[in-house]
Design a protein around this ligand. Sequence first.
Ligand code: ADE
Length: 225
Amino acid sequence: MRIDIISCVPRLLESPFSHSILQRAQDKGLVEVVVHDLRDFSTSKSRQVDDYAFGGGAGMVMTIEPIDACVSHLKSQRAYEEVIYMTPDGERLDQSVSNELSLKGNLIILCGHYKGVDERVRESLITREISVGDYVLSGGELAAAVLADSVIRLVPGVLSDETSALTDSFQDDLLAPPVYTRPANYKGMEVPEVLLSGHQKKIEDWRYDQAVERTKARRPNLWKE
Ligand code: ADE
């Protein structure tokens, strides 16, 4: 899988992909993440990528030319399954969206800024619009990093113990059960007895019950009888 991220503040995306699981996924050759500076595709001397909104009003709008040039350049090199625009008015990201995207080949993610992009970008170049939640970020970069992280960890081979993605919260519409590690007793706070029993079937039943209780209590909207 290859993810190309288009941004006018590419430095915001340097760190998220340079550590831990996401760095290892790239080192292993399982995914390639390439960040492109939208300003490299501007034809203006000052590398401008925004302009005043027609009709007036506060805030600048990202122009279509550099975005079209960058997307066309990428598409001339390989086929892409989705061109995603990160925006608060997009479809809400959840685990099923991440699962679906993890099965795709190549993705382009466009990060918005200012008052957004010229509507014609959305009409002619974008195939999918995704929001990471009902709040407004200063730009799409952090949202793109969230999306890419949630997708990349689902790519087969990225997690060393492949079952660990399967036991994540949301993977079966259940929140994950509580987990414990040593010491078994910390200042009088004890680890549930069953986890120390060595009885695998009982442990699995306990974990399932806890996941159900947690889901009903915290996210009743996810709970399906
Ligand atoms: N850009 C700004 N806010 C955003 C959000 N909530 N989701 C996706 N992209 C965004």
